[in-house]
Design a binder for this molecule. Structure first.
Ligand code: NDP
Length: 328
């Protein structure tokens, strides 16, 4: 069983030397256990936080242990009454080729209408994140202008499409012309701003002439500063991520007084703390993916040995859509 463990904690940027590939023999299956061959690993920005020791909402990833993470795969051996060989499952086995479990936190999924990999993206944690921040924090009304950063990403792409389906004007913010073109042409956003052009304030003014009522924040830093200046009175901000600061010092908000002046509501959230919405959100997202009204894109790295490099790429914006590692 090939696995990737955390070899060292990064101080700033993540490098390949922070990971190590190891091979561990699989122990025979005990009664009540099930063995899964993982088909895809999910790579997610939150893993960067877990690699550090600093205090956060979750425990740090222990050194020399398999990197945490969501997985999807197929049951290949079972001594568990609830699972049969061939079942497709989503679990949290981390960066390794096989997972062994007593069935806890392992969920069977139906791949008739939804591809297996989508259970790590649009019909998985990132999809629910989009759904929660939009529907429980921003709570958009038809006609509102909703903006979202990292708009070509796993979470951002879903946010915009869900808001559009609710009758909003939707503005994406993403890095580069190609991502912006995709966000408008494929995902159906009304506009998308390339923040790398360094003209955010004017571009936002042009894209959101009536101001912004709801903002789904994935990035922080200069992008958040520019959007704050464009928010309408009583606007709502779902603070989902601040990836611009993950590799170093957190990026401060330049003009926090705008929260007061514009009487904004800003709420941070961690999707795993809102398990009560998951069934409803997953049902909604699954239906929309099956009907192809919710679109998504994937960046797929091939083979477990490519996971570190793909993860580093994700933090640098080299991914285009949900970052996965395909194992078979
Ligand atoms: P994405 O698919 O959006 O990938 C990350 C993207 O972040 C990159 O592609 C890049 O896009 C963008 N990015 C990286 N660095 C910067 C930077 N310095 N400035 C601006 N953009 C940057 O990842 P996810 O959809 O999985 O996650 C999106 C956000 O949601 C993250 O912040 C993540 O931590 C957060 N999240 C929070 C959860 C919660 O419970 N609160 C749960 C899940 C995710 P580009 O090329 O456009 O710059």
């Amino acid at each position: 069983n090939r696995q990737i463990v955390l070899a060292a904690r990064p101080e700033g940027e993540v490098e390949p030397r922070h990971f190590r590939l190891v091979e561990t023999p699989l122990a025979p299956l005990a009664d009540g256990q099930v063995r899964v061959r993982n088909h895809y690993l999910s790579l997610d920005p939150y893993m960067r936080g877990r690699m550090s020791e600093s205090k956060s909402y979750a425990q740090p990833q222990p050194l020399d242990e398999v990197m945490i993470g969501g997985t999807v795969g197929e049951v290949v051996e079972t001594k568990h009454p609830r699972f049969a060989v061939g079942d497709k499952v989503v679990g949290m086995f981390g960066w390794q080729e096989y997972g062994t479990s007593d069935g806890t936190a392992l969920k069977k999924v139906d791949t008739t209408h939804v591809p297996l990999s989508a259970y790590l993206g649009a019909v998985g944690m990132p999809g629910v994140t989009a759904w929660y921040g939009l529907n429980r924090i921003i709570v958009p009304k038809a006609g509102d202008t909703v903006a979202v950063s990292s708009a070509a990403g796993a979470v951002g792409g879903a946010v915009g499409q869900l808001a559009k389906a609710q009758g909003c004007r939707v503005i994406g913010i993403a890095g580069g012309e190609e991502k912006c073109r995709y966000v408008v042409d494929e995902l159906g956003f009304d506009a998308c701003i390339d923040y790398k052009q360094n003209n955010l304030r004017d571009d936002l003014k042009a894209a959101a002439p009536k101001g912004i009522d709801g903002y789904f924040e994935n990035v922080g830093g200069a992008v958040l500063d520019a959007v704050l200046a464009r928010m309408n009175a009583f606007g709502r901000i779902a603070l989902c991520g601040m990836i611009a600061g993950y590799d170093g010092e957190p990026v401060p908000i330049k003009q926090p007084q705008l929260l007061l002046v514009s009487r904004l509501k800003l709420e941070g959230f961690i999707v795993s703390e809102h398990m009560e919405v998951w069934p409803e959100a997953l049902k909604d997202l699954g239906t929309q993916v099956a009907q192809k009204t919710l679109k998504y894109r994937e960046s797929i790295a091939q083979g477990i040995e490519r996971a570190p490099e793909a993860f580093i790429g994700l933090l640098k914006g080299r991914n285009f859509g949900k970052q996965l590692v395909k194992l078979i």
